[in-house]
Design a binder for this molecule. Sequence first.
Ligand code: AMP
Length: 618
Amino acid sequence: MTFQELGLNSDLVKAVTDLGFENPTPIQEQTIALLAKEKTDLVALAQTGTGKTAAFGLPMLNSIDCNDKSVQALILAPTRELCVQITNDIKNYGKYLKGFGVTAIYGGARIDGQIKDIKRGVQVVAATPGRLIDMIERRVINLNTVKIVVLDEADEMLNMGFKDDLDIILKETPGEKNTWLFSATMPKEVERIARNYMNKPAELSTGKKNEGADNLEHIYYVVSPRDRYSALKRIADFYPEIFGIVFCRTKAETQEVADYLIKDGYSADALHGDLSQSQRDFVMKRFRSKTLQMLVATDVAARGLDVNNVTHVINYNLPEDVENYTHRTGRTARAGKSGIAIAIITPKDSGKIKDIERIIKKKFEKKDVPNGLDVCEKQLFNLVTKLHNVEVKDAEIESFLPAIYEELKDLSKEELIKRFISEEFNRFHEYYDNAPDLNIVKGAVDGAFGNSRTTRFFVNMGALDGFNINSLKDFLADAAKLQQRMVFNVDVKSSFSFFETESKLVDTFLALNSQDLEFNNRKIALEVSNRKMKEGGRSGDGERRSGGGGGGGGYRGGERREGGGGFRGGEKREGGFKRPRSTGASEKTGGFTREKSFSRGGEKPGSDKKKTFGKSRF
Ligand code: AMP
């Protein structure tokens, strides 16, 4: 069926055609056909990505009177981002309707501008509940004329505690209106809303209840909690063209992970409720325009976001509430595209995977975290493709070429290719050479910590000697002539400390005892520690948050959360560093904006030099 055949008026058909919608999606087909001939309440089970905004937006616009400037339709949505997105979509659908207006009402922005918009007269209002109540109390909006109320992401509005607000708002609307409820999942609370607020609602669904999209692949990796961040980086490196959302559980964790990624040279930023509205807008703008490759977000902040072509949704932690998994993964595999949902789990989360499988009625595939060689191979071929497709600015480069040809004239084509490729490839190779296997080894000691791959050391130096985590790490790595990443999980006590290293390096560290190393006139002594990890200052669930002091989000002198796995070179810190603000400013290094070039994770801070140099020369 075409939109026209379903009964949409020609102005709306023209607008959706402009948007490139050729045929209605299944949910649109159902809602448009039903609502064109019947005024009814409706409960629709539809995930975002199925075209649900148009599924309610088009029938809504089909039935409003544009000559009447009163508010005829009200859409309630849980977050400001979703509210703005819906408003923009509705604006697009209604662009050929003469006299039509839609406006968004949401918290965190000045209310006077929104009041002005309402006073100008609009037929459709999309609102978050809190700000709408404020407007109602100020008597600047009149909902007596409303004929249609849409509750979008109803389950999430209830999750966010908007139940009382919904009661207040719905009481302000006339009894004879129609209510259309859209929800990706159908928990009991939503069914109760449907019972309490609706009159014999029609029920529509595009699939079975709470099922995920078909074109979505679900993968999980099992790692030790300590390796979670390293696994995330591995994944990002393994998918060089990733355009994804990384979901964390808390705002603090979200900020922390984003900070680490930014520091490690990835094109990433955070989206959560502790950011100001302008910061959130800025982050979203960059993500939408794909100048940002990875959006690290909380469930609430990224709820309902419609960003095209998201390739991956990564569950850095599985959601507390397994139903939220459907919401998270609904950010990808949208509008018929395929997508990959990845969960980084620890052994104790395995039960949750089973719970989710039951809800989505699909099986996860357990995969091994890519090893160093896998990543290098992927990066190498990505590089080759990029080299093949690079835009050549003939006019700009021409004058330099004769000298360059002269300089390289002794090299054959094969040699040249090898060298060009090596210029980038070496960084990855060097970094991933000897990179540890992040997969939980079967039969590891406790499946979570302290498996036989690593050994814990005691050293007789501590805070009283002036050491902090970083300086001790530097000191030990220097003494053992190793890369810093070989010293991890450093735990500085007052007069002594603990650290971990790979078990194969035990002899190297023990050998330091015979070198009579001194610090402040005290001989350094190292011993293999028998103390179990958990006694060494781990937090209750055994997971250490080295950067955040137990999830507080604070940043301690640049120490990383990860242990030995996948640590970029160039991680040396001079004392503490400030948390980068979520503005993108932190991604600028010496005049070179990393995100523009989709800077790769393999980048060491120092490697920007090459690019800065390039820029200043040309
Ligand atoms: P939604 O589920 O409303 O968040 O929409 C998901 C995406 O699908 C949005 O980017 C829409 O622009 C797009 N979309 C919605 N309806 C159609 C359609 N009939 N044909 C093609 N794309 C659509």
